[in-house]
Design a protein around this ligand. Structure first.
Ligand SMILES: Nc1ncnc2c1ncn2[C@@H]1O[C@H](COP(=O)(O)OP(=O)(O)OP(=O)(O)O)[C@@H](O)[C@H]1O
Length: 967
């Protein structure tokens, strides 16, 4: 192969299509074993081999999974091929796969009547053939080219070819088929095949081809029924040849030629699976012949063997150019996803995978000039005529010279090869004979060796039996000797052991006695200490109770004090009120007496003034009454507040006391219960003399518990509550004091205003009196002459009026001053009583706080006492524990010493020299020997050790350990 040609070589393109599950598979719920990865162009097949799941992965040029549509496959894989046909290449597409995997579906499609619809669209199920036809015609039409298209549609069944486009009546075809069985095959001059009698239909439109296809398919179906053919066992070949007219720039006409072969192969399954029986075996064989030859052709092409067996089947002869020739080839392998087809799927995948390695050297068909083409056709006709003539005349086959020479040389080469093979065969035969001779010699030797081996084995068995008997006798002897030796040694050792054990027992009893007395003493001490703790707890409780009682008394006393204070204040207020009321009444009565003593005639104006003054006085009196009411109200409020404060304090103290008592009681009870448990646990543990370490844990528990008890007295919270209540009281009293101060200053102000006004009134009335006096003097002067006697009288009257006025003013002044003084006094009293009450409250609060502090101190002292006590107790227990530990270690050490050093048993040691004591037996030995003579010993030995089981010693003869018996 030249370099240029090798460069042009292209691999056969192999696609894989996996169909979806069919209804049967879905109904049977068949597991899926094929997985397609279209993107990676991989197909994975899951196999279960020896219980292991193994995946085999195959890679192809393109992979179409179950969901791939007809259009997808066509667009991605076939369109480029059809374009190449239109460019003048010859291309072939094979569909290869097991029956029922979709070869026909892929090539033809479900819709046999694949005629395009009104808008030229094909149905979605249309396969490769209708789509290719449509693409070809669409392209030619769009190019406005001059073209001619020819189609052939053949069926290859049982190595017989049928033209599916023949115009004969079906019955005629069947008759011909039955008579001739086959259409004769002639070879053309170029190594291709010419099928005589085939009709090449010249068509002008896609629809015409669809009609022809339909006719061909129906012919096939009829033949299937009438001739009992099975379409799955036939190969179908649809070819479409295109001639397109082109013109050179010089105006010469050229013909471009391209051919597309679309082959739907028979089912690839083996004969047994295809259901071939008896009469059909030949048929199946023939089918296989085509497929097998196809496989062999592929192998030869892949392995670059010199001879490619195209001629061995009609299929390979028909498609010779598509396999390793100048044609571009594509194989579509079809598989099922189901586990039921696993074997066939794997075989298809292997087959298709191998086919990937076939290399073709596609060449574009030379464009022929029309004249050349016509010339060629004429010469073709001549050649064919010559062939026919030669066939008729020579009653044989006409073969062109070149072909003859080529075949002759091939034949010669094959003859040479056969000769070579023959020689190789002979050499191999000689080698085989030599090997057979060698193996027969070896067989004889092997027989002899086997015989020898049998004899040796028998001898060995006899020797083994003898050895066993000797060993038994030897063991018998050993046993007797051992028994005799043991008896002597046992006597001695048992005496020593007994004294050691007795000594040890006494020692142990003494130690245990002293230990138990120590434990009893320690328990008594612990009891004492625990009682001490209990007492401390009781005293603590008493202190608490006493403190609580004191607190109660203190609070009650405070309350009484408060009540008495408030009562005193209330009395004082009443007193003041009564005094003020009385002085006002005095004043009123005085004013009214003055009023009555003045003459109605002369003192109308003065009366008016006095009337005003009385109104002012009554207003003042009202104000004072109001003031007193206010003071009373404030006092009442103070009283209420004091009662509330007292109540709150009493409640909080009672709560505190209750909580404190409960907590103390609970803690004490818990403490006692825990202590009792602890003591009983401890006693129990002491008795068991083990687990001394747990004492520490118990003591730790006790310590924790007591510290919890102390910290559990949460008095601070309640103290804070009391303090808050006192502060609240103080704030309230402060507020009350400020109210009282306000009221007092207000009253003062009013009194001052009132007294000023009263003074004014007095002055006015004095002025008024003076004016009257002057007027009266004038009148008197005028009437002096007339009323002498009356002069003295009026004088007296005037004097008496003056006197009365001054008296009246003085009396009012005195009254007012008294009222002011009493008010000030009252103010002072209220102030002092408020201060006193406040001081009392503060003092009481401080007392309570101090009392509680003292209480806390007492408690802390009591708790520290308990802790100190417990610490002492802990120390004592630690000493106790150390003491116990020391003593226990003594016992253990002593025991170890006794059993490891002092105690001895009947264990044979290598150090003991072989003594001659057997010769001089002790008394005990003699006795034992007397009671057990040799025969008896032998009998005992044989009874315990029958000859068959002489290898195993009876348990009684196994040496015992010294402690087994003691414990
Ligand atoms: N990709 C697919 N999508 C949908 N249906 C499919 C597909 N492939 C095959 N089938 C269906 O599976 C059934 C068998 O398919 P088909 O007749 O094409 O198989 P085959 O390989 O040509 O079998 P045989 O060797 O017997 O001719 C048909 O009913 C077809 O419609």
């Amino acid at each position: 192969m030249s370099r240029e040609k090798a460069e042009k070589a292209v691999n056969v393109q192999v696609l894989l299509r996996c169909r979806p599950f069919n209804e049967d598979e879905l109904r049977n719920n068949a597991p899926q074993v094929v997985t397609c990865n279209e993107y990676q162009r991989e197909v994975a097949v899951s196999q279960s081999i020896a219980g292991k799941q193994i995946d085999r992965v195959f890679t192809f040029d393109k992979v179409f999974g179950p969901s791939a549509q007809q259009k997808d496959l066509y667009d991605q894989a076939v369109i480029p091929i059809v374009n190449e046909v239109l460019d003048g290449f010859n291309c072939t597409i094979f569909a290869y796969g097991q029956t029922g995997t979709g070869k026909t579906y892929t090539m033809e499609g479900e819709c046999k009547r694949a005629k395009s619809g009104p808008n030229g669209q094909l149905p979605p199920d249309a396969g490769v053939i209708p789509r290719a036809v449509k693409q070809i015609f669409d392209t030619l039409e769009s190019q406005n080219a001059e073209y001619s298209v020819k189609v052939t549609f053949l069926e290859l069944y049982n190595e017989e070819i049928t033209d599916l486009l023949g115009h004969e009546e079906i019955s005629k075809v069947i008759l011909e088929e039955k008579q001739k069985k086959t259409l004769p095959l002639m070879e053309d001059g170029k190594g291709g095949v010419l099928v005589r009698g085939l009709e090449e239909e010249i068509v002008t439109s896609a629809n015409e081809i669809f009609t022809l296809l339909e006719r061909g398919s129906s012919k096939r179906r009829t033949a299937e029924t009438l001739l009992n053919k099975q379409s799955s066992r036939s190969h179908s070949l649809f070819s479409i040849t295109i001639h397109i007219k082109e013109a050179t720039p010089e105006g010469e006409e050229l013909i471009k030629c391209g051919k597309l072969n679309l082959v739907d192969l028979a089912g690839s399954e083996n004969i047994s699976r295809s259901g071939a029986r008896e009469g059909r075996a030949r048929e199946a064989g023939e089918i296989n012949k085509s497929l097998l030859t196809l496989g062999r052709v592929i192998t030869a092409l892949v392995e670059h063997l010199g001879h490619i067996p195209y001629r061995d089947s009609k299929l390979t002869r028909l498609l010779r150019d598509s396999l390793g020739g100048r044609t571009k080839t594509c194989i579509i392998a079809t598989v099922s996803p189901s586990v039921h087809c696993l074997d066939e799927t794997l075989s298809t995948l292997d087959y298709a995978h191998r086919a990937k390695n076939i290399k073709n050297r596609p060449e574009v068909n030379q464009k022929l000039m029309k004249s050349t083409l016509i010339k060629d056709l004429y010469s073709e006709i001549d050649r064919m005529k010559a062939e026919v003539y030669a066939a008729r005349e020579k009653n044989g086959v006409y073969i062109p010279k070149e072909r003859y020479y080529q075949e002759e040389s091939e034949r010669k080469a094959m003859a040479d090869q056969i000769e070579n093979n023959q020689k190789q065969l002979e050499e191999l035969q000689a080698k085989l004979d030599a090997q057979i001779q060698l193996s027969s010699d070896l067989g004889i030797k092997l027989n002899n060796t086997e015989k020898n081996l049998d004899q040796t084995c028998k001898l060995l068995a006899t020797a083994k039996e003898d050895i066993k008997a000797y060993q038994y006798t030897l063991t018998e002897k050993d046993f007797i000797i051992d028994e005799q030796k043991k008896a002597a040694r046992e006597d001695r050792l048992s005496a020593v052991n007994r004294s050691v054990v007795n000594g040890f027992q006494a020692d142990l009893a003494e130690k245990i006695g002293s230990l138990s007395s120590i434990i009893v003493a320690s328990i008594a001490r612990q009891n004492e200490q625990l009682q001490c703790v209990e007492k401390l707890c009781h005293s603590c409780l008493e202190v608490h109770n006493k403190s609580a009682m004191d607190l109660k008394d203190k609070v009650a006393a405070t309350r009484v004090l408060y009540v008495s204070h408030i009562e005193a204040m209330r009395n004082m207020v009443h007193l003041n009120k009564a005094g003020i009321k009385a002085s006002v009444e005095d004043m009123l009565s005085m004013v009214s007496s003055n009023f009555s003593s003045l003459g109605q005639v002369f003192f109308n104006d003065a009366m008016q003034k006095f009337h005003d003054s009385r109104e002012h006085t009554s207003e003042m009196s009202k104000f004072i009454v109001e003031l007193l009411d206010k003071i009373e109200e404030e006092t009442h409020k103070l009283d209420c507040h004091a009662a509330r404060a007292h109540e709150a304090q009493t409640t909080s103290i009672a709560d505190f006391q209750k909580a404190y008592e409960e907590q103390t009681q609970f803690e004490t009870e818990k403490l006692l219960v825990d202590l009792t448990n602890l003591v009983s646990n401890h006693m129990q543990r002491q008795k068991e003399l083990v687990c001394l370490g747990s004492l520490n844990a118990n003591l730790q528990l006790l310590n924790n518990f007591l510290s919890n008890g102390v910290t559990g007295l949460q008095v601070d919270v309640r103290l804070v509550g009391l303090r808050d209540a006192s502060t609240e009281n103080k704030a309230f009293l402060d507020e009350h004091k400020s109210i009282m101060e306000c009221a007092t200053s207000d009253a003062k102000r009013k009194w001052q205003a009132f007294s000023a006004q009263a003074e004014n009134y007095s002055k006015e009335s004095a002025d008024f009196s003076a004016a009257k006096h002057c007027r009266m003097e004038l009148l008197l002067q005028q009437c002096v002459n007339t009323v002498d006697g009356a002069s003295k009288h009026w004088k007296k009257t005037h004097e008496s009026i003056n006197e009365m006025s001054s008296e009246h003013v003085t009396a009012v002044e005195v009254t007012v001053r008294n009222a002011v003084e009493s008010s000030e006094q009252h103010d002072l009293e209220v102030g002092s009583s408020g201060t006193e009450a406040m001081e009392n409250a503060v003092k009481d609060s401080d007392d309570i706080r101090r009392h509680i502090d003292r209480l806390t101190e007492h408690e802390t002292e009591a708790a520290s006492g308990i802790i100190a006590n417990v610490k002492t107790h802990l120390g004592t227990l630690k000493d106790l524990e150390d003491d116990h530990a020391g003593r226990t270690t003594d016992i253990v050490r002593h025991t170890q010493n006794t059993f490891q050093n002092t105690y001895m048993d009947d264990e044979p040691s290598g150090d003991t020299p072989t003594r001659s004591e057997t010769d001089v037996p002790s008394k005990g030995t003699i006795e034992s020997l007397r009671s057990q003579p040799m025969e008896a010993l032998l009998e005992e030995f044989r009874e315990n050790n029958p000859y068959e089981s002489s290898k195993e010693l009876k348990p009684s003869l196994i040496p015992r350990f010294p402690l087994i018996q003691l414990n």
